[in-house]
Ligand binder design. Structure first.
Ligand code: UGY
Ligand code: MN
Length: 281
């Protein structure tokens, strides 16, 4: 398994400028060539760290999550990465070694390492090695459900067997890090794997938003009527109901880290005033 990790830098003055970056009303594509030094952001609370912020709530587009590609240099990290109350997170390591201290327990995550950090959990991150560490950090305001809570955990891509999707003959599989029927969880961050020639066999159109970071391979992705070629290192960001499907191109597997918001009733009233959502604003 390989996990694409951007290195930054800046193209030379001789390079042509045509690339695949696009923002539409239903989807955004941030191709790998965009992940350069000058579009990084510092992250408050972190030392020796920079990030590419791939997604954040935007009114009228997608609103449920933020996704950061974080690069921590040797000796860097954060004592309290999550500074916002009520926010849960998933961390997925693509390169280097990351020390996660969770409720006082130390875990060293290598590439493929995965952690779910429940809202309110006590955790810190450190790069104690000599190489850069890169990770995805997906953040969501946790929507509580009466009588249920989530618990933080640490695992890895390597430790969780992918589940074959129905009627796909193994051409399409999903690595699920939480049980989809566990209603305590209001977000899933899965890994989707297609073998060469495998397809997502219909244009899914659903309420869940997506962030898709291509970890490995290439494909042609169908996004709201457009066919878009994507490859390892590209990020796709889909608002609710954006039609989506794909053909995996080979020669190796096509794999992506997939965020989706799940398991909650649609809110129709403003919690502060009780007024109908149609009258908001
Ligand atoms: O779970 C999903 O919504 C998934 N099948 N979507 C996707 O891979 N684009
Ligand atoms: Mn989907």
């Amino acid at each position: 398994m390989s996990y694409y990790t951007p290195q930054g830098g800046l193209p030379p003055q001789t390079e042509l400028l045509t690339d695949r970056a696009i923002v539409t009303e239903a989807y955004t594509v941030i191709p790998k060539g965009v992940l350069r030094d000058i579009v990084t952001s510092n992250v408050p609370g972190f030392t020796n760290t920079r990030s590419w912020i791939l997604a954040r709530p935007i009114a009228g587009f997608s609103t449920t999550f933020a996704q950061l590609l974080v690069e921590i240099g040797p000796g860097g990290g954060a004592e309290r990465p999550e500074q916002e109350e009520g926010v849960e997170g998933v961390v997925f390591v693509t390169a280097g070694e990351l020390t996660l201290t969770l409720e006082g327990e130390r875990h060293v995550l290598a590439a493929g390492g995965y952690a779910y950090l429940a809202a309110g959990a006590s955790w810190s991150l450190a790069n104690e090695g000599d190489e850069r560490t890169s990770l995805h950090w997906i953040r969501k305001a946790y929507e509580p459900l009466e009588g249920r809570t989530t618990t933080s955990f640490v695992t890895s891509d390597q430790a969780v067997p992918p589940q074959e999707m129905p009627d796909s003959n193994g051409a399409w599989a999903t690595t699920r890090f939480v049980d989809p029927d566990d209603l305590a969880h209001d977000m899933h961050v899965n890994i989707v794997t297609f073998q060469p020639g495998g397809v997502l066999p219909f244009a899914e159109t659903h309420v869940m938003e997506h962030g898709l970071f291509v970890l490995e391979g290439k494909a042609v992705y169908h996004l709201n009527g457009d066919w878009v070629e994507v490859e390892a290192g590209d990020f796709m960001w889909l608002r609710a109901f954006c039609p989506q499907a794909c053909y995996a191109g080979g020669p190796g597997p096509f794999r992506y880290l997939l965020y989706k918001d799940v398991n909650r009733q649609v809110r129709l009233t403003d919690p502060a005033t009780g007024r109908a959502a149609s009258r908001w604003g």
